[in-house]
Each structure stands twice: as C-alpha cells, then as structure tokens.
Write a protein that binds this ligand. Structure first.
Ligand code: SF4
Length: 392
C-alpha cells in the first residue's frame, strides 16, 4: 500500500529539490527521480530554453504515439448534495452561498441529459460525477452505469466512467460488472498536514491514508483505466507533482500499467469556497510545462485538457494528442438539457460542434466514439522522437 510507503516518498521528494538536474535527453521514461528534480531547476516555468525543450519534446512524443488524436469526454454531474467539507469547494456541506443549487438527478433525468449530449452534441464517452451524497452510494452508481450503457448501446456504443468518492474494492468490482470503463479520483494534495486542514471533520474524505490507497483498490478490482491527480494550488505544487510521480511509479511497479489517466485541475475560484486563493498556485506557464514534463515521464498516460483553463491553455495541453478533452461542461446536475444553474467551480464549456472545428484548425483530431484500447499504447523508447524531430 502506498500509504505505508508515504514517509519514504516524502523524504525522496525533499532529496529531489537538492539533486543535481540531468540533461533532458538523458532522462528515462517512468523513472520519477529523473524528472521530479527538474521542478526545482533554475528557469523551470519561466518560458526560457528549458521550457521550450520540454514542451517540444512532449508534443513530439505524443504525436508519435497518438498523431494528434484527442479523446472527447463530457461530465454528467449527478448530485451536488455533499456531506464533505472541502474548504475549496462550492458544494461543501453547509454552504448556502451563491451559485449553489442542491440537486440530485433522477434516473430519468440522467437519461434525458445523456440523450441530449449524445444526439445534440455527438458525445459518446460519459463521465458520471458525484459529490459525497448519502443517497447516492454504490447501488445508485451501478444503476446509473447500467442505464448509461443501455442508452449508449442504442446509439452505437460508447464508454462510461466515474468520478466519485473513494470506495471499497468490492464496490469497484460491482461497478466493473455494471459496465464501468474507468474511474478517476484526485488526491488533491500529498501534503498530509495541509490535507487535514483543508478537509476538516471525521468524514471519509478526511481519512488521508484511505484516499491514498484508493487507486490500489481500483486496480485490484480490475478497472481498465484509473486516473490520478492533484489539485494544483492547494499546497506546494512542486512537492505535490513530485509525490504524484512517485505514486505513479509505485503503482506501475505493483499493478501492471498503473494509472493511465492524469487529472490536471488547477485551483480556480469557487464562489462559495472558504479558501479562495493560496500562494501555491502554479502560474500558467509553470502549469503547462509541468503537464508537458509529465507527458515525457509517462507518454501513454492521458492527461485531461481541463475546462478550468482557457481555450489556448487547453490547446497547449493537447499538443500532439493523446489526452482527454472535455467538450461541453456543466458542473451542476442537470446543467445541459434541464438548464439547471449553479456550479462546483468556475469552468468553461466548449461546445462540441463549434470547438471540434477549432481543434482541427490546431492540427488536433477530436475522436468522440473512442474505445478503451485507444488510450493504451505500447511505449517503445526506440521509436520515440527526440527534441530535433528525428527518430531515436
Ligand atoms: S470536492 Fe467533492 S467531496 Fe469535497 S465538498 Fe466538493 S463535492 Fe464534496
């Protein structure tokens, strides 16, 4: 369990910040210690030669594997009723402030939203998103997955994933049996003290170790694609990303492919949050180069082009392809055909019919009806493209 390895990983990260950096071309894929020390390099995230080299290498590696194909995904929020107290979130229990409308979709409303997204927007890959709602536990989640699978099958196929609270391995097994393809969960931050401050109370989410070990429960249950990530800005982002890489390395060593999806949320204003800003949020440039460096660390991991970011940042995140790209985005239950208001955080919605054409004009190919196997690529370093565009 990574929770047993946590203290050692913390010490390793402290060492990274003092380690001499290696040249970019000498780094070995998936070896966290090769990459993480670069976060502390002079010039990292300042737009100079190092950044340019990282961004170019990331785009070339991704293009070699995915040829500009980006995998389109859309979230469907099921409930904004939450018993957790995350201080950075508009849905936190007890928040009665602006822009929070507490709603829980019925199964029929879910189907209505899904049909709208499929028929009007061309969506085929649907992500169910849940707050920690006591009335929407695994029974409801399984029912929703099955319902969406039936709707998709009537429309030519598609995939269903989930973003939900941390569950037991047996729960994840039930979801796989119901037809679940992937599951994502963000660790938020690896800084244990900061995590405790941001998640007060004795709730499930407040249990740091239980959350850390979630990915192993998902993988043990046979979920095909598992997503990891941190909410950049909650704590020292360099340490958080270094810990994330060590965690991914650990998962690969113990569970085959490990995590194959990377969440890239960066802290943004949430109207009713207690924490509105922190001194830890990476700049746009730091953020883009960090994701690009991760692409070199693990080229076959699909990073999200996040709707928390503006369009130009999303396009930069997607360079070369091989990412998950959210087109259309409502962060409230019923935010599409039902036109419910409110939000979890400030997000942008890029309407699929319009923004597909914009993606193409950027040399990217949006793929709507993709399969789980499209994300999985065998990475062969011998065939990788190096910084000057030549095969190595
Ligand atoms: S981040 Fe998730 S669990 Fe935390 S308050 Fe918001 S919806 Fe609830």
């Amino acid at each position: 369990m990574f929770s047993h390895h946590y203290e050692i990983a913390c010490e390793e990260v402290s060492e990274f910040s003092r380690t001499r950096r290696k040249p970019l071309d000498s780094l070995r894929p998936t070896v966290a210690s090769d990459y993480a020390s670069l976060f502390w390099s002079e010039g990292f995230g300042l737009g100079g030669d190092l950044d340019q080299a990282i961004l170019a290498r990331s785009a070339e590696l991704k293009a070699g594997l995915y040829r500009g194909r980006v995998f389109v995904i859309v979230p469907i929020y099921m409930t904004s009723i939450c018993e957790e107290q995350c201080l950075y979130c508009n849905f936190r229990g007890g928040n009665k402030g602006i822009e929070v409308e507490r709603r829980r979709l019925t199964d029929d409303e879910l189907e209505q939203e899904a049909i709208y997204l499929i028929e009007q927007k061309g969506q085929r890959v649907l992500e169910l998103v849940y707050a920690s709602d006591p009335r929407m536990r695994v029974d409801a989640m399984c029912r929703h997955v099955e319902r969406l699978r039936r709707v998709l099958e009537r429309h030519g196929g598609g995939l269903v994933g989930i973003s939900a609270e941390s569950l037991e391995e047996s729960d994840y097994r039930r979801l796989v049996d119901a037809g679940l393809c992937w599951s994502v969960l963000w660790q938020e931050t690896y800084d244990k003290a900061r995590y405790a401050m941001l998640h007060p109370g004795r709730t499930k989410k407040a249990n740091f170790e239980y959350r850390l070990d979630t990915y192993e429960r998902m993988l043990a249950a046979g979920i095909e694609h598992v997503g990891v990530g941190v909410l950049s800005g909650l704590s020292d982002w360099r340490r958080d990303w270094a810990m994330l890489m060590l965690h991914e390395e650990y998962l690969k060593q113990h569970y085959g492919d490990g995590a194959t999806i990377l969440g890239t949320p960066r802290l943004k204003l949430a109207p009713g949050a207690v924490v509105q800003e922190t001194p830890y949020t990476p700049t746009r440039q730091e953020f883009l180069v960090t994701v690009a460096l991760h692409n070199i660390f693990s080229p076959t991991t699909a990073a999200f082009a996040s709707t928390r970011e503006d369009w130009s940042a999303c396009v930069e995140l997607a360079r070369g392809g091989g990412c998950l790209f959210t087109l259309n985005c409502a962060t409230t239950p019923g935010g599409y055909s039902l036109q419910h208001g409110g939000c979890q955080f400030t997000a942008r919605s890029y309407d699929a019919p319009i923004y597909s054409a914009k993606l193409k004009s950027e040399g990217l190919e949006p793929v709507f009806n993709w399969s789980a196997g499209d994300l999985s690529r065998e990475y062969q370093p011998d065939l990788a493209v190096c910084g000057d565009g030549q095969k190595r």
